[in-house]
Design a protein around this ligand. Structure first.
Ligand code: ZN
Length: 296
């Protein structure tokens, strides 16, 4: 059985040792200021050092077969092509930086870098016994992630699909107009509602504040539209929804909008499942992906 270490950075930095598909011992969580976006202002070498310290603590002197790390952005063959929400990582060979920092701790296991939403998809597939089918996951956090399992060639930046042709929709972290993340992302919501936090927007919608009510409808329609687009391109199937803002989801409303958008009967067999806590699944997914990469 493989022994690998997984690291996720999606909501906070969490690291864990995984045997097969199961977490061994407790997840190690790197504590930062509450509400801070992880790694936002840390330079790449600092990030690599931080990962190496966390990995060393989890390995606790035992040898491991491989290390998998999830990071946001377009990541091809462990190379970070683009990362709108961690701009300092664009063009950085994170695998080499982390491997170098690990060598100073005497750890020489191979390091693999993946898109953070893809590792979450792998973790959800592993923990739900669905490694044999195509699954997708939306992560509703500071940005919006979209992960697929098994990995497919392509870019899959689902958080940046265009769900509005209104030129005023320009809150996306990447700067693009009309993007899903520009409506649903936590950072984008703070830009839109300068006078209230996203949690207050949803709370005020329940109190029938009209501006908030309209926004909560838009928020759900945006996710329905992005999901409908994915269904029309890649077919129906299982969609997980995760991330800290998944708590605001009204599944009935989402279903209602999606039914309005997907009318072809062979495409209507889609299923949503909310998987609120992403840390453990993402760590398992990063570790499982690393185990698969060794044998690839
Ligand atoms: Zn975007």
């Amino acid at each position: 059985m493989s022994r690998t270490i997984g690291v996720t950075t999606a909501e906070r930095i969490a690291t864990g040792l995984v045997e097969g598909h199961e977490l061994v011992g407790k997840l190690r969580v790197h504590e930062e200021d509450p509400g801070a976006e992880p790694l936002f202002s840390t330079p790449p070498t600092g990030i690599a050092q931080l990962f190496a310290d966390e990995i060393r603590a989890v390995a606790a002197g035992q040898t491991v077969d491989a290390i998998g790390i999830g990071l946001p952005g377009i990541i091809l063959d462990c190379f970070i092509e683009e990362s709108p929400n961690l701009r300092q990582l664009k063009g950085v060979n994170m695998r080499d930086l982390v491997a170098e920092a690990l060598r100073e701790h005497g750890i020489t296991a191979p390091v693999y870098i993946y898109n953070d939403a893809n590792v979450l998809a792998a973790g959800l597939a592993a923990t739900h016994g669905q490694l044999d089918r195509f699954i997708r996951v939306w992560t509703l956090g500071h940005g919006i992630g979209f992960g697929v399992y098994p990995p497919r060639p392509g870019i899959w930046e689902g958080g940046h699909v265009v769900v509005s042709i209104d030129p005023r929709e320009r809150y996306c972290g990447c700067g693009g107009v009309g993007h899903l993340e520009g409506i649903m992302g936590h950072r984008a919501m703070r830009l839109r509602f300068l006078d209230m936090e996203p949690d207050e927007v949803f709370e005020n919608a329940r109190k029938r504040d009209q501006r908030c009510v309209e926004f909560v409808k838009l928020w759900h329609r945006a996710l329905a539209a992005a999901t409908a687009n994915s269904i029309h391109l890649a077919g129906p199937g299982k969609f997980f929804i995760s991330g800290f803002n998944a708590k605001h989801l009204d599944l009935n409303l989402l279903h209602q909008y999606l039914q309005e958008m997907v009318k072809m009967s062979p495409l209507q067999s889609y299923v949503f499942e909310v998987a609120p806590s992403s840390d453990e699944n993402a760590v398992i997914g990063a570790a499982v992906s690393a185990a698969q990469s060794i044998h690839a």
